[in-house]
Ligand binder design. Structure first.
Ligand code: NDP
Ligand code: NHF
Length: 374
C-alpha cells in the first residue's frame, strides 16, 4: 500500500497574491487571528514521516501557526494540507520560500538536501528549524550558519532532547560534583529495520547511514556532557549499500574523559546513555524521546547500589520551537550543532582509515557550548 493515499482532494487553491517577500520581511497581516496575534507562521518543507509529528508540535505551540506545506508533488502537498489543517499545499519548495505568509520554515528533507534549502531559506529571510543531522559535513553546516548570520535569521537543528527540561538537570548533576569526577560516557542509539524501498537512510547520495542519522544523537550527547570537543576519535562500521548500518567508536576528550558509542539499524530500539563518575553514574534509557505512553526517566546509581529514580514529563519539541521563536541568543545551541557535525566528519574519516584521527579545532570565534546549562 502506498504511504500516501491520494484519495483526498485539497479544498485550497494556491494564491499568487502571497508571492514575493523582500528578504527578512515579516508580514503578520495575512493569517493572524485574534487568538494568536503576531503568531510566527511556519511553512513546512517536505512531507515525510517525521513531518506528521512536527506539524502537530508546531500547531500546538503557543505563538506559532502553520500556514503552508510544500512537496515536490502538488497532490502530496494538498493531501498533507487537508489532513493536518494547513491552509495551503504548495508544489515546489522554492514557491513556499517566496510566500509572504511564511516567517519560518521547518525543513524535514533527507540530510543531503538540508544545506541547500537552509541557505535558500535564510536568503529568503525565513527563520529555520532544520531536522537533524544539520547537514552531511562540517563545511555544509558552516555554510548554513554563515548564511543565517549574513541574512540575520535565527536557526536551530530539531534535536528535541536537548530542550527537554531534564536535560539541563542531568547535565547539572554531571558538572556539580554529584557523580564525583566524571570519567566515561557511553551512549547507544539504534532501531531495527525494516526500511521501505527508496529509504534515504540507505542511500549514500541522500546522506544515508546510521553514523549521520543516529550518530548525530550519540555524538551530540557526548559533546554536551563533556562540554568540549574531543581531541581524537575512532569509529568502525559495518556497511551495506555504501552506508554504515552499524557503527561503534570512541571519543577522547583528554586523558581524564572518554566516551564510547554504538549506533545502528540492526539491533532493537536503544536510546540510552550512562555518564559514569568516581562516586555515581547517571543512567537514562530514553534520552532521545520517551517510550510510548511513559514519562521520561533516569536513574542515579551510587557505588553502594543505591538508586535514585527520576521521572518527569515535558514537551521537548514545543520547548525547541519556543526557543527558536523566542528572543534568547541561540549561540550555544548553534555551536553544539556545528561541533557535532565536525566530530561526525572526523568519525567518518576514522572509519575510512580504520584508525583514530585527530579532531581539528573549531573556529575559535564560536562560543563554548556551555551557557544554557549554567
Ligand atoms: N527529530 C527526529 O526525531 C527525527 C528526525 N528525522 C530526520 O528528518 C529528516 C527526514 O526524515 P524522514 O521524515 O524519516 O524522511 P522521509 O523519507 O519520510 O521524508 C523525506 C521527505 O523529503 C522529501 N524529499 C525530497 N527529495 C527527496 C528524495 N530525493 N528522496 C526522498 N525524499 C525526498 C519528500 O517530500 P516531498 O516528496 O513531499 O517533497 C519526503 O517525504 C531526516 O533528516 C531525518 O534524520 C527523522 C525522524 C525522526
Ligand atoms: O532521528 C530519528 C529518531 O529516531 C528514529 C528511530 O527511532 C530515527 O529513524 C530518526 O532518524
Amino acid at each position: 500500500m502506498s504511504l500516501y493515499p491520494f484519495e483526498f482532494l485539497c479544498p485550497f487553491e494556491f494564491d499568487c497574491s502571497q508571492l514575493v517577500p523582500p528578504a527578512g520581511t515579516i508580514d503578520h497581516t495575512m493569517t493572524d487571528s485574534p487568538s494568536q496575534p503576531h503568531a510566527i507562521r511556519f511553512g513546512v518543507i517536505g512531507t515525510g514521516r517525521i513531518t506528521r509529528r512536527l506539524v502537530a508540535d508546531l500547531q500546538s505551540t503557543d505563538g506559532v501557526s502553520v500556514t503552508a506545506i510544500a512537496s515536490r508533488s502538488q497532490e502530496r502537498a494538498d493531501w498533507f494540507a487537508s489532513q493536518y489543517g494547513i491552509p495551503a499545499g504548495i508544489e515546489g519548495y522554492e514557491r513556499l520560500l517566496a510566500r509572504r505568509d511564511v516567517d519560518a520554515v521547518y525543513l524535514s528533507l533527507p540530510p543531503s538536501m538540508h544545506a541547500e534549502w537552509c541557505v535558500r531559506a535564510a536568503e529568503a529571510g525565513k527563520q529555520i528549524l532544520c531536522e537533524k543531522p544539520l547537514a552531511t559535513s562540517a563545511e555544509q553546516a558552516r555554510s548554513i550558519a554563515d548564511a543565517c548570520d549574513r541574512c540575520g535569521v535565527r536557526w536551530l537543528d530539531a534535536t528535541g532532547w536537548l530542550h527537554h527540561k531534564r536535560t539541563k538537570e542531568m547535565r547539572a548533576l554531571a558538572v556539580d560534583g554529584r557523580l564525583g569526577r566524571v570519567g566515561h560516557i557511553s551512549v547507544s542509539v539504534s532501531f531495527y529495520r525494516p526500511f521501505q524501498s527508496g529509504e534515504h537512510r540507505l542511500d549514500p547520495n541522500l546522506g544515508g547511514g546510521c553514523l549521520l542519522d543516529l550518530g548525530w544523537y550519540t555524538t551530540g550527547l557526548a559533546c554536551h556532557f563533556a562540554g568540549r570537543l574531543p581531541i581524537r576519535v575512532f569509529a568502525d562500521s559495518i556497511q551495506e549499500n555504501g552506508v554504515p548500518i552499524r557503527c561503534n567508536g570512541m571519543l577522547w576528550f583528554g586523558e581524564d574523559l572518554t566516551a564510547s558509542f554504538s549506533c545502528g539499524y540492526d539491533t532493537a530500539t536503544r536510546k540510552w546513555f550512562e555518564v559514569a563518575g568516581s562516586d555515581a553514574s547517571i543512567i537514562c534509557d530514553d534520552f532521545t524521546r520517551p517510550w510510548a505512553e511513559r514519562p521520561t526517566r533516569y536513574w542515579i546509581h551510587d557505588a553502594s547500589g543505591n538508586v535514585e529514580a527520576n521521572e518527569s514529563t515535558d514537551r521537548q519539541e514545543q520547548r525547541l520551537i519556543e526557543t527558536l521563536v523566542g528572543d534568547q541568543p541561540l549561540d550555544s545551541w548553534n555551536t553544539l550543532a556545528l561541533q557535532t557535525q565536525a566530530v561526525l566528519d572526523a568519525l567518518a574519516d576514522s572509519d575510512r582509515q580504520k584508525q583514530p584521527v585527530a579532531v581539528p579545532p573549531l573556529d575559535s570565534s564560536l562560543p563554548l557550548h556551555r551557557s544554557h546549562t549554567a
